[in-house]
Design a protein around this ligand. Structure first.
Ligand code: ADP
Length: 259
């Protein structure tokens, strides 16, 4: 069963085409990793799925457009943003963030406590519970964000470049953590990554994005030299960051440019 369906998705920002005619679907329980160069539209894809940017085409979650989802269905979608909204200097602890996030959720106090404890433990954060967020490393902060998203028992988690700010040793731990929650809960995970080395090991599905969907499938099929060249090589370079003409239709201009 497809839990995310994207059909002919095109996103334009003023004079830039961020995504062009992207179509794919993600089956329940899949760990999908989105790769592509800077400016390829990876964040825009996550934002389109969450209905955070205007788009053309069709995006469905659980078989419905985002705007038609119920409150309960919204809670089944977890989002781990690229950047944390709280200023690091805010005198707030890990424990307080977890409680604040739960504030408006209709779950008993006891259940909240249980879940906070469980997910902090799972993210190996129990010893950091009373730490101020400003004292955490990038990797620890990412684990807080993921534990926070998991507390609501989501069926889908979307993560935008969660490895930004994490060192190489932290990346391995991070992927192992993601892999363990994926295996344990069967959650559908869509994760944007700038790093292609771990994709082969952990992804069920890889989406290679460079404005268009350059490749899509399981890692052994799609992680080929030809696809890497299409994704990061000169072929696509000419297309990237080219603005639309001021006086002409964007789509036609772009169609001629895309190889
Ligand atoms: P990625 O996540 O792959 O680096 P993004 O989705 O952030 O790519 O951006 C895709 C393109 O859209 C880039 O050219 C970027 O400069 C542009 N872009 C992103 N957000 C905005 C915005 N809010 N306004 C204008 N252009 C934007």
């Amino acid at each position: 069963m497809s839990v995310i369906e994207v059909k002919n998705l095109t996103v334009k920002y003023e004079n830039t085409v961020a995504l062009y005619d992207v179509s794919f679907s993600i089956e329940k329980g899949t760990l999908a990793i989105v790769i592509g160069p800077n400016g390829a539209g990876k964040s825009t894809l996550i934002k389109s799925i969450l209905n955070l940017v205007p788009f053309e085409g069709e995006v469905k979650i659980f078989g419905k457009p985002f705007s038609k989802l119920s409150k309960e269905e919204h809670l089944k979608i977890g989002y781990v943003p690229q950047k944390f909204n709280f200023p690091k200097s805010l005198p707030i602890t890990v424990d307080e963030i977890m409680h604040l996030s739960f504030a408006k959720i209709p779950v008993s106090k006891l259940e909240k406590e249980k879940r906070i404890e469980k997910f902090l433990k799972m993210a190996h954060l129990e010893k950091l519970r009373n730490y101020k967020i400003g004292d955490l490393s990038g990797g620890q902060m990412q684990r807080v964000l993921i534990a926070r998203a998991l507390m609501f028992l989501p069926e889908i988690i979307l993560m935008d470049e969660p490895l930004a700010g994490i060192d190489v040793a932290g990346e391995k731990t991070f992927y192992e953590f993601i892999d363990s929650i994926h295996q344990r809960f069967g959650i559908t995970i869509m994760l944007v990554s700038h790093d292609v080395t771990s994709v082969d090991k952990y992804a069920d599905i890889v989406l290679c994005l460079n404005k268009r969907l350059v490749c899509y499938g399981n890692p052994s099929e799609v992680l080929t030299e030809t696809n890497f060249h299409k994704l990061y090589g000169q072929d696509m370079g000419a297309f990237r960051h080219r603005p639309c003409p001021k006086d002409g239709p964007c789509e036609l201009y772009k169609e001629q440019e895309v190889k």
